[in-house]
Design a protein around this ligand. Structure first.
Ligand SMILES: [Cu+2]
Length: 391
């Protein structure tokens, strides 16, 4: 038989192995040169290689199928029973179930710990509890349904000895599989609704620490309130020159506002991040605090959270003296998106106040000159002097 010859041919197998090996070598070499030259573009050789590989594998599967079909037909001609495909398919289903469930188990045990780091905020713990509850419920349903699906496929595969039971409709089953998921989903949604409501509580509370975070291509600008504890107004139309955030200095509260390079947060205090964007959509993302909120141009957003673990404590927990919390941008916002991060440091209240006292004011002398604030101040003092003289 010609097909048998092809399958048995050591030459064919050897040439396939050489093809794969050579192809991989050529691709590797190409990747290295591409890296060295740093030339972007489509690697057409690798595209061609994989297309060819796909075609070869498809042909191989087709050949095996044809051989089996010929074998079946020859058995039938001889009056023998052909291959029992129902048995083979049923067994494949069982194998698929065992392999699939083992892979899912491996995935959870091996990769499970690579998901999110320990929650370092109050609501983060609640979000994790929600995640865990949802995962447990869906995992339970997943395992039960997969076992039922594949074992039924095996157990009730076609047999000439029995007829399939015809079940057109059953109200009880319909009710059970509608009501149970409805109750479970309602509980999960309500749980999530209350947690999210806590985060999105927009009413200003006295004592909350307001910090402005503004995203632009490609950095985050951080503004703290000065000694008055109030952030001054902003107006995007005032964005020019050194006034890169468009702070409105007609508002007295703006005068003492501070700018910082690091997002320093006091532990166990409610932080309200006021989030802005100046060009495209960015996203404030701090995985340890379970914080993520889009920064949308023209639409200020905010996120309220309470950090619970200081950087020092976290360093001890993860056994890494260099550990830092980070604020990332989580929207692919342009070519240097990857570079858009700031260090976040959680400290005690005393350390926070000390740090805050050292921060530079947003209103630098250069900005003062640019805005002619100095001149205005001088004029004011001259007028006051004159008034004093006149009196
Ligand atoms: Cu960004």
């Amino acid at each position: 038989m010609a097909f048998k010859k092809i399958i048995d041919s050591k030459k064919l197998l050897a040439s396939l192995a050489v093809f794969m090996l050579l192809g991989t070598n050529v691709l590797m070499a190409q990747t290295v040169t591409a890296d060295a030259a740093a030339k972007p573009g489509v690697n057409w050789l690798s595209v061609g290689y994989y297309v060819l590989l796909f075609v070869l594998i498809s042909i191989a599967i087709g050949v095996v199928g044809k051989i089996l079909r010929v074998y079946d037909l020859s058995q039938q001609i001889q009056g023998k029973k052909g291959t029992n495909w129902n048995n083979i398919m049923g067994t494949i289903c069982l194998i698929f179930m065992v392999v699939g469930l083992s892979a899912a188990f491996w995935d959870i045990t091996e990769q499970g710990s690579m998901t999110l780091p320990e929650a370092a905020s109050k609501h983060g713990v609640k979000i994790d509890a929600m995640f865990l509850t949802t995962t447990c419920i869906t995992l339970f349903v997943f395992v039960i349904t997969q076992i039922l699906l594949f074992s039924f496929l095996f157990r009730y595969k076609h047999s000439d000895k029995r007829r399939a039971y015809f079940l057109p409709h059953n109200n009880t089953i319909e009710k059970v599989w509608t009501i149970i998921p409805a109750i479970v989903l309602t509980v999960l949604v309500i749980f999530g609704f209350f947690t999210w409501q806590e985060v999105e509580n927009s009413s200003p509370v006295k004592g909350d620490i307001n910090i402005d975070v503004t995203g632009h291509q490609f950095a985050w600008e951080i503004r703290y309130a000065g000694p008055d504890g109030i952030l001054g107004k902003k107006d995007f139309r005032l964005t020019a020159g050194a006034n890169k955030l468009g702070i409105d200095f007609k508002d007295k509260n703006s005068m003492d506002d501070l700018q910082a390079d690091t997002l320093v947060l006091p532990v166990n205090k409610v932080i309200r991040l006021n989030i802005f964007a100046q060009d495209v959509i960015h996203s404030v993302y701090m995985p340890h605090f379970r914080v993520q909120q889009n920064a949308v141009p023209g639409l200020p957003t905010f996120f309220k959270f309470t950090p619970t673990i200081t950087t020092e404590e976290m360093r001890r927990k993860v056994d890494d003296p260099k550990f830092e919390y980070l604020l990332y941008c989580n929207k692919i916002c342009g070519s240097s998106h990857y570079n858009m991060q700031r260090v976040v440091r959680v400290v005690t209240e005393g350390e926070y106040n000390q740090w805050l006292a050292k921060q530079k004011p947003y209103l630098t002398p250069a900005l003062r000159t640019e805005l002619k604030l100095a001149a205005a101040d001088q004029k004011k003092s001259i007028t006051q002097n004159r008034l004093a003289l006149n009196n």
